[in-house]
Write a protein that binds this ligand. Structure first.
Ligand code: ADP
Ligand code: ADP
Length: 228
């Protein structure tokens, strides 16, 4: 599903953000990408989305080597991924329902499919009774659940979350992780970059740890801070 082979990213000014990274994530896996600030997590995500290009190495997503992908095929690549942000990034002037429906409209879905699908995804994230609310009327946890609903509405094969619980209290953060695991159980590959040690330890999923741009640990059912 995701393959990084010998990937190095050096930003302008010689800052080495990723250093010869090899990572192989199979379809259906749930993976935590951990590491302190500056370890290279965001760079990894940006390379996946083709927002940045590697300085060296190859990246393959769904059998397609994205490092060779022509520019006009990038939108299609991004549509195969659902993205969840730390700061939610909901449209403030649209209701919960409209925020989610909008993600289907811009990808050209039929009105009939939108009317059928939005309520089912809202129910999956436990927000059926908030369809008519605006983001500002919701708690942080609820806003993030809208973010998740929007990210999965077009059935991505890969769900990427960058610090999805960074702005949430522990109870809401746990709930968000539970929903992500639920989505994963239905077959979607999930990659979560996070600092949330307690959650990582509780979830017992694969953990890939970055430190100064290098993979220093990659374990099944790992903890945030296992011995290297
Ligand atoms: P985190 O992943 O901890 O939320 P960021 O990814 O925003 O943090 O930033 C991590 C580090 O990378 C910070 O030290 C920040 O200053 C640096 N950084 C992020 N984006 C840029 C940029 N565009 N140019 C230079 N440095 C950056
Ligand atoms: P993390 O997400 O784990 O905090 P990042 O991938 O944001 O780490 O950053 C890795 C390193 O690359 C950091 O040292 C950061 O300062 C640097 N960096 C990130 N983005 C840029 C950028 N656009 N230009 C220059 N340096 C950057």
């Amino acid at each position: 599903m995701i393959k990084f082979e010998g990937v190095t990213k050096i930003y302008k000014g010689e800052k080495v953000a990723l250093d010869n990274v090899d990572i192989d994530i199979k379809k259906g896996e749930f993976v935590f990408l951990v590491g302190s600030s500056g370890a290279g997590k965001s760079t990894f995500m940006k390379l996946l989305l083709k927002e940045e290009e590697p300085t060296e190495g190859t990246i393959t997503i769904n059998e397609i080597q994205t490092t060779k992908l022509s520019r006009r095929k990038v939108p299609k690549l991004r549509r195969s991924m659902g993205i969840i942000f730390q700061d939610f990034r909901l449209l403030p002037n649209k209701t919960v329902y409209e925020n989610i429906a909008f993600a289907m409209e811009i990808t050209g879905n039929k009105a009939k499919d939108i009317r059928r699908k939005v309520p089912s995804v809202l129910s999956m994230v436990g927000l059926s009774d908030k369809a008519k609310s605006y983001p500002a009327e919701l708690s942080g946890g609820e806003q993030q659940r809208v973010g998740i609903a929007r990210a999965i509405i077009n059935n991505p094969s890969l769900l990427i979350a960058d610090e999805p619980t960074g702005n949430l209290d522990p109870v809401n953060a746990s709930e968000i992780m539970r929903i992500l695991k639920d989505i994963n159980k239905r077959g979607t590959t999930v990659l979560v970059a996070t600092h949330a040690k307690e959650l990582v330890d509780k979830m017992q999923q694969r953990v890939i740890a970055l430190d100064h741009g290098k993979v220093v640990r990659d374990v099944e059912r790992g903890l945030y801070n296992d011995a290297k």
